[in-house]
Design a protein around this ligand. Sequence first.
Ligand code: BMA
Length: 330
Amino acid sequence: MIKVKGVAIPNMPWEDKPANYDMPMWRYSKNPVIGRNPVENVARIFNSAVVPYKNGEFAGVFRAETKNGVPYLYTGFSKDGLNWNFSKEAIKIYDSKGKDVSPNYAYDPRVVPIDGVYYVIWCTDFCGASLGIAKTTDFEHFESFDNPFLPFNRNGVLFPRKVNGKYLMLSRPSDSGHTPFGDVFLSESPDMYYWGRHKHVFGTTKDWWQSVKTGAGCAPIETDEGWLLFYHAVTGTCSGFVYSIGAALLDLEDPSKVLHRCKNFILTPEMEYEERGFVANVVFPVAALTDAPTGRIALYYGAADTYTALAFTTVEETINYIKKYDCENK
Ligand code: BMA
């Protein structure tokens, strides 16, 4: 059995794989987990991050699209990872001197715990779409690390520990609009402020579902075979982009090296809540809870830029699948 390095989360959401299902990832039968108008003045919550928190409970940072159409980050707490109590207001972010540097808009947050501190990375306004990073220990006070990258950039995802003494982040340089291109890059930092030594990790392939752009999804999961990364990938159609979920295995010591990468999608829009909504045909992975002893994964994804949904897999199922359907273009 493939070993996972991480924490036990025995109470995380879980359902067994339906009988005779031929894909490695299956949806929660009661999806979506978060429906429309979930809290006052918020029309939609999607593309949102969930982590284990104190006393066996869960905390999250949510992309909350307010009723003037602008996305902000809200917090939420839950006993079961399914039913959430959301904050009533967007979170405020301060710099290290206490100045309010709350963003004009904020979306697609990832939350990664490293050594007891929760780091939030999101897409922020820095003369256009770029990355913001802040830290918190209580999900009430958030302190910013300024602007880690030059514009334009999105889909910043931290590794859950330092590798060779450095913090590592995946990101996807972009344009200021809806970006018709995109590869995943790796950057390192000694302190979360200064990022450099950039390396290319992977880009698009000739497989049509991942032929337009790609971007990191959930924080990489450490296994004894490598870092398991769920990512999103996009194809272009007559009616616009279609976002699917893929997976890759990256080298433990040098995660810019791709060991295996799926040729097939792991999950693609098929359900009404994925195919119909504010933006049709989007499944967008953002957070994965992994129970290290069993290798079970509960993956939170945005559906149609409208809902938050859940899907399940195991480390073993996904890694075996991507080895079986390994990408020719690695
Ligand atoms: C991307 C991001 C995501 C969004 C997706 C589909 O560019 O903005 O937040 O889910 O487009 O609209």
